[in-house]
Design a protein around this ligand. Structure first.
Ligand SMILES: C[S@@+](CC[C@H](N)C(=O)[O-])C[C@H]1O[C@@H](n2cnc3c(N)ncnc32)[C@H](O)[C@@H]1O
Length: 505
């Protein structure tokens, strides 16, 4: 198809290759009228406007939503920025609101997630590796190809607006190159490109699923390993990372019930955690119960982990000495603290990073929690705890849906360094818990090396006994497998992919 009617083929080597809005004398589409942000044709204006438009057409017409998306991708690439921190700031600074803000968000986050497919298509169309394309041009092409393959934006609008951005940034030669790449990309649908570029499902089924659902193959393999006999759910597990999660609130026990919180916020009570409320939109920071400290944003899976740490059966009476060994930024410490307040217990919360320890202090304000800015592997705290929560630093593979670019940043090498720390922290917990006391070990990752591997190693080395963690979450939860550990999944439970094990000394 001709994505940009009347357009030149450009130059795949990035030389010359003027794109043709000027040549047609009629603007984009050669029909004499410019398009709006989505490529729709604008109505004719009063006398004098046509002349102004002709003059304007000689300059690239920039589009604030697409530029914000392109600039977000640039910040992610150049300075390892988080897309979901950069984009809201750009939208605020540039006063982009309403539908334009929603469009920019879809483009920026969607392109970050789909990077594997977008880059493979760009390489196929450019006939050269991405490393040999000017990086700022790549940023714009990612936004353009995303529109062509994953949105309902008219192809000619996706092409022309992207070429405009490239010309404004890199000149007409770069614009011609971008035009040619985009027109080739527009010749096929996303499904056709996926069919053409996916590794063979027969010889590499996991890599094929990874490509289809925009994940690095090693992450898809880690999910498949963790799903084990349910590896047939791999596609669903990967696809769940491509959807932004609903906001979950936690109703602080003793301060407000989930039922009251749902009524006040217009939310819906959670399916599993007795403290959870789901919100459909809006800024949770604006809600009165959140501003007043009665509720906070917290994934339902995290709520279940903190709750499990308070429920796991200890041998003998619970003396009320509880420990959160990896507390920053304080979500679980706050829930533990609220339950401790009701149960007459006290929580020590450990977080070595001073700025994160400060976040814990603020989260637990008014609760029976003492924050210690020390290393959990060598905390200096006196042993004898009844309950210890080790919510260990991990790869975060269970929360990829929260950070659009995260999956492309992580590497298998990250796992090695983290498992060493996880082993040490669980060893420290085994020293600090009293005989008969319990440790709850959790990660926001389903990677077996970080989950069952660490726990089984600790059982052997420290003589800990695994309890059936399935009894510590609501019986209504489906798909908990054979135990004794619990692995939550976004596609099954709507929570982050939290892992949870309970061990008694
Ligand atoms: C997964 S996060 C914990 C999240 C927290 N439990 C919550 O719910 O808000 C892991 C935390 O462990 C901290 N951490 C890293 N190294 C540590 C260590 N040696 N000892 C204790 N905590 C550590 C990290 O700074 C991070 O804040």
């Amino acid at each position: 198809m001709n994505a940009w009617p009347g357009g030149s083929d450009g130059d795949l080597h990035g030389e010359g290759g003027r794109h043709d809005r000027g040549r047609s004398g009629g603007g984009r589409g050669g029909r004499g009228r410019p398009r709006d942000d989505r490529g729709r044709r604008a109505g004719r204006g009063p006398a004098g406007r046509d002349a102004r438009e002709t003059r304007r057409r000689e300059q690239p017409v920039l589009d604030s939503a697409r530029e914000a998306a392109r600039d977000t991708l640039r910040a992610v690439r150049e300075r390892d920025a988080y897309a979901n921190l950069v984009l809201p700031r750009l939208l605020r600074e540039r006063r982009i609101t309403g539908r334009d803000a929603a469009f920019a968000t879809e483009l920026a986050y969607g392109a970050c997630r789909a990077l594997g497919l977008l880059d493979a298509v760009i390489e196929a169309c450019a006939g050269r590796p991405l490393a040999r394309v000017d990086p700022p041009v790549v940023d714009a092409l990612r936004v353009g190809v995303y529109q062509l393959l994953r949105t309902r934006v008219a192809p000619h609008a996706a092409v022309s607006t992207t070429v405009d951005m490239v010309v404004a940034d890199g000149g007409r030669g770069a614009g011609g190159f971008a035009n040619a790449v985009l027109r080739r990309a527009a010749e096929k649908t996303d499904q056709q490109w996926i069919a053409q570029l996916t590794p063979s499902p027969d010889s590499a089924p996991v890599a094929a699923s990874a490509f289809r659902h925009f994940h690095p193959a090693w992450i898809a393999q880690a999910f498949a390993d963790a799903l084990g006999p349910d590896a047939g759910e791999l596609d669903a597990a990967l696809e769940a990372d491509n959807v932004s999660p609903r906001v979950h609130l936690v109703a602080r026990p003793g301060a407000i019930s989930a039922e009251e919180l749902a009524l006040v916020t217009g939310g819906e009570e959670g399916l599993y955690s007795p403290y959870a409320v789901y919100l459909d939109g809006g800024d949770p920071g604006e809600l009165d119960p959140v501003r007043e400290g009665l509720a906070a944003v917290q994934d339902e899976g995290s709520q279940l982990v903190a709750r499990a740490a308070t429920l796991a059966p200890v041998d003998g009476p619970d003396g009320g000495r509880w420990l959160d060994l990896c507390a920053g930024p304080g979500g679980k410490a706050a829930l533990l603290g609220a339950i401790a307040d009701i149960d007459g217990a006290h929580v020590d919360a450990v977080e070595p990073a001073e700025h994160r320890a400060a976040l814990v202090r603020s989260a637990v304000d008014g609760l029976p929690v003492t924050v210690h800015a020390v290393d959990g592997c060598d905390s200096g705290l006196a042993p004898g705890y009844d309950r210890v929560l080790v919510d260990a630093p991990c790869t975060g593979l269970g929360a990829l849906r929260r950070r659009p670019e995260a999956r492309w940043r992580k590497s298998p090498e990250d796992v090695t360094g983290l498992t060493r720390l996880q082993r040490e922290l669980l060893g420290a917990a085994a020293e600090l818990v009293r005989p008969g006391g319990v440790i709850v070990y959790s990660t926001c990752s389903p990677h077996l090396a970080e989950t069952a591997g660490i726990v089984m190693d600790a059982q052997r080395r420290h003589g800990l006994t695994a309890l059936d963690a399935r009894t510590l979450v609501p019986a209504a939860m489906p798909g908990l497998g054979d135990g004794p550990f619990v692995q939550l999944w976004p596609h099954r439970h709507g929570t982050d992919g939290m892992f949870l094990a309970a061990l008694r000394k």
